[in-house]
Design a protein around this ligand. Sequence first.
Ligand SMILES: Cc1cc2nc3c(=O)[nH]c(=O)nc-3n(C[C@H](O)[C@H](O)[C@H](O)COP(=O)(O)OP(=O)(O)OC[C@H]3O[C@@H](n4cnc5c(N)ncnc54)[C@H](O)[C@@H]3O)c2cc1C
Length: 397
Amino acid sequence: MRKDLVVVGGGPCGCFLAERVARKGFEVLLVEEHAQIGKPVSCAGVVGVAGMRELGLRAEKFALNKLRRGLIFSPSGEVLELDRGRTEALVLDRSAFDRHLAERASEAGAEVELGTRCVEVKGRRNPVVGLAGKREGEVRTRTLAGADGPTSTVARRSGMMGRRRFIRCVQVEVRAEAEADTAEVYLGSSSVGLFGWLVPAGDVVRVGTGTLKGDPGRGLRSLLRLLSPRVRGEPGKLSFGLIPYDPPKRLVGGSVLLVGDAACQVKPLTGGGIYLGLSCALRASEALSLSLERGDPSLLKLYPREVERSFGREFAVGRRVRKLLLALSDEELDALVKCLAEPRLREEILRKADFDHHLTLLDPFFHNLPRLLTSLGPRALTRMALKGMIGPDLREV
Ligand SMILES: Cc1cc2nc3c(=O)[nH]c(=O)nc-3n(C[C@H](O)[C@H](O)[C@H](O)COP(=O)(O)OP(=O)(O)OC[C@H]3O[C@@H](n4cnc5c(N)ncnc54)[C@H](O)[C@@H]3O)c2cc1C
């Protein structure tokens, strides 16, 4: 029997998408390779309050902590403190949150098949999906959504995967002295890698690092050493995870689309993908429902158009600024954080910053670009100019 939609991947984006299309009365099958939804988890679980509200999700029910304050540490310990005196973000029990989204998909009428892996995709128009595990064989479907994370089988098998680089992450939970309402971010290419974090999560804190090159475990050891005076007890089991770095070649091909991490829908500066992935899944569900209603696969093109309209600039500018930050040495990161922490600039950041939309956060960055670049020193400027990273068009990506 032919399905209207097969969703591969029972993470937040796949479940949310399946729910929304099933609610419209379409036949939806969601397959998840693991035996349980929400396990294993590799996520710090931080989401913005406003973003979850915008998506109509009552994420507070799954919150282990409420975050009001952020501390960003430079390699030598310069600190930028961001606090607007109100709760900005929540730290989620990710397993419970994912399970809730899967239950909503089931209640809406989607068939959720666990322990079942997508191993093959044949054709992009009226695709046939090959399954292995608890459910074996082929399923014909009018449309197919790859919500199967950073290494997406659907993207690979349907020829939509582009260049593949990842931020490799590792995280542990450990008991440590920490403020319950404060998330900490650590910068320093020679120590933590790309970045490190400490996030309070109930009785423990989540400590993790991510890096584009090499072993993320090296960064984690270095961060745990730095935090050792505050650590109380042995770290728990290591959890590894990938954050996608490069977008796919396209979001839609024939009747197949990609969403969430499979589509690299993450914040370029932090790798956070829950809000952006869910927001894009919402847009995908609208295009899918319309296309299924009208029997016209070409309507799926509305999805990339809507994603571009809502987040295109956010992704493009964010990726450009990320490239710029990646080119900085530890000393230059020190100078940058010191400059951002100056009262006038910090006030501007606090006035404009939005947890879920980093373009607003980048506004003060661009307003003060000459000052910020000057603070980095002539060597950094020359290096960036030679690599074509800075020029008059920086704002016009
Ligand atoms: C260490 C770490 C910390 C993070 N912290 C944060 C954070 O604090 N805040 C934030 O917003 N984001 C964070 N992220 C990113 C966030 O976890 C992802 O953006 C989010 O999980 C994406 O959801 P998704 O549904 O697209 O994919 P996933 O959550 O990856 O779900 C994909 C699902 O597909 C399944 N699957 C894969 N292949 C197949 C297949 N072939 N067949 C069947 N099933 C398959 C997988 O088992 C998985 O369940 C973090 C990521 C990492 C690695």
